[in-house]
Design a protein around this ligand. Structure first.
Ligand SMILES: [Zn+2]
Length: 87
């Protein structure tokens, strides 16, 4: 997997995400361009804005990154030091 997920046309490293809004943004401003988007807060108080699809993707990526594997397969044992296949 990648440590990046694409939000608002940006590659965002999942480990920089602090939180993700549960409900879409609504502030009532007539010219608001973020209405219906989900705020994704990053470190340093920055935010990016995800549509519903992106938000679901971000949540999935974070779960993967945290090692929450929905299938439950674990293949950690095969990790050795370098490739020893060539002889
Ligand atoms: Zn707004």
């Amino acid at each position: 997997m990648s440590v990046f997920c694409v939000v608002d046309d940006k590659h965002v490293p999942v480990f920089r995400i602090m939180w993700i809004a549960v409900t879409p943004h609504f502030c009532g401003e007539e010219d608001c361009v973020r209405e219906g988007y989900y705020e994704v807060r990053l470190e340093q108080g920055e935010s990016v804005w995800a549509n519903a699809k992106e938000r679901n993707h971000v949540l999935e990526q974070i779960e993967l990154w945290q090692g929450i594997d929905p299938i439950g397969e674990e293949e950690e044992e095969e990790e050795g030091e370098g490739e020893a296949g060539e002889w």
